[in-house]
Design a binder for this molecule. Sequence first.
Ligand code: ADQ
Length: 463
Amino acid sequence: MSRLVVVSNRVAPIKAGKVAAGGLAVGVYDALRQAGGIWFGWSGDVSSTPQTSTETVGNITYVTMGLTKQDYDQYYRGFSNATLWPIFHYRIDLARYNRQEYEGYRRVNAMLAEKLKPLLKPDDIIWIHDYHLIPFAEACRQLGIRNRIGFFLHIPFPPPEILTVIPPHNELLKTLCFYDLIGFQTETDRLAFQDYMTREVRGILESDGSLTAYGQNFRAGVYPIGVVPDEIQDLAESYKGRTKPMRRTTDVSRKKIISVDRLDYSKGLVERFMAYQAFLERYPEHRRAVEFIQIAPTSRSDVKTYQAIRQQLESQAGHINGWLSDLDWTPLHYLNKSHDRRALMGLFRQADIGFVTPLRDGMNLVAKEFVASQDPEDPGVLVLSRFAGAARELTSALIINPYDCIGMAEALDRAMRMSLTERKDRYEHMMRAIRAADLDAWRDNFLRDLRAFSSRPRAEVPS
Ligand code: ADQ
C-alpha cells in the first residue's frame, strides 16, 4: 500500500503514542497508522526564526514548522479566519477582505508545499485538510509534484452568490481544481461547489460524474465525517464512577441540558441563550426542574468578532442567572474551560437533552457524540439545528431552526416531556445512522476514492 501524507493546519499533539484530541485527529491518526507516512503542518509556534521539527513515532513521522508573525497574521488570523471562515459559514456581515492577507495566505501555502516536496516519494498519496490549505495542490503542481492529492473541506461550502463576495474567488477556486478529489460533508455543499464550477466558470459536468474546469479534470464527492461509537460508549460508561463533581455543583434530581462548542459565532450560542431564556419565561413549570450547562472554551480570541461574541454571552449569562437564580438553583452554568474527552462523553451521558444549535456547521461532531454517549435503556433527547451537516443523517433528532427562538423553546419543552418509548425509538434510529457513517467509513471511503486515481501525467502539471 502506498504511504499516506496528511497535511493539516495543525498537527494534533501526540501523548504517549496517542492523539489527544477527538474527531478529525483520531480519524487521520488511524489512517496514518495503517498506511504509515507523514503528518505535516504548522506547529502552532510563531517566531522571527521559525523552526522545523521532525519526530518519528512507529511508522508515522510528524513534521511541524513554525510561522513568522507576518505569516500568522496574514495566513491564519487574516485570510483563513477573518475572510474564509465567516464567508464559508454564510456570514458576509462578519467578513473582511485584505489583499495583503490573501497574498500571505498564498505565500504560506507555497512555502509549505516547498518544504513538503523533498519528503515525498513518487507513489505517496497526499490528503490535505480544510480551508487553510485550499491552494496547496496548485502550489504542489507548480513544483512538479504529480502524486495523487485529495482535499477534504470540514466546513460548509457556500452558494456561489455568497462565495463571489471574496474578490479573488475565481483565482482561489481555480486552485481547487488541481486536486484529484475534493470531499465535502454534505450533498448541499457538493452541489454548491458544482453550481459554482458549472455556472460561474462554465466548467463541465462530465458523463462519468467528474468535473472539468480551468483545463483540469477532477472529482467531487460527499464523505460525511463520523465518530467511533463504541469508543464513545466506553468512555461515557467508564466516567460513571466519577459523577460526584458534577453532582455537587448541580442537583441530580433536575434535568440537565448540555451544549459543548468552541466559542464561535457559527455555533449559535447567542441565539441558544435567548431560546433558553424564552423557554424559562414561557414554561415556568420547568423552572427549578432544569439546569443548562454550556461548555465553551474560547477560540481564536485574537480575532475581533470572537471578542465581541464573548462579551455578549457573558452579559446574557449574567442576565439569566441574575433574573432567576436562587441560593439552591442556578439555571445556567456557563464554563469557558476545556474538558477532556472522557469527562465530556460522561457529561453527555448524564444529560437529558443535548442542545446543538449552530447557525451553520460543516458536520458538528458534538451532535453525534451526544447520541453515541447515551445509555440505550434511558437515552437523552437531541435537539439539533437543521443547519448542521449532522441534521442530514440524524433525522430523528428534534430538528429546530436556530433563528426561531420560540420554536427552540418549544422543542426544549417537548424534549423535557418526551416518553421513554419515544426517546428510545429516536435514539435507535439515530444510532443506526451513526454506525452507518462512522469515522472508519469517512476515512476509508475518501482514501479508497483517492487511491483509485493514478499519478498525473507530466502534461497536466502547470508550469
Ligand atoms: P469544530 O467547529 O471544532 O470542527 P465539532 O465538529 O463540533 O466542531 O467539534 C470537533 C471536536 O471538538 C469534537 O470531537 C468535540 O467533542 C470537540 N470539542 C468541541 N467543543 C469542545 C469543548 N468545549 N471542550 C473539549 N472538546 C470540545 C470542524 C467543523 C465541524 C466539523 C469538524 C470535523 O467546524 O463542522 O464537524 O470540523 O470535520
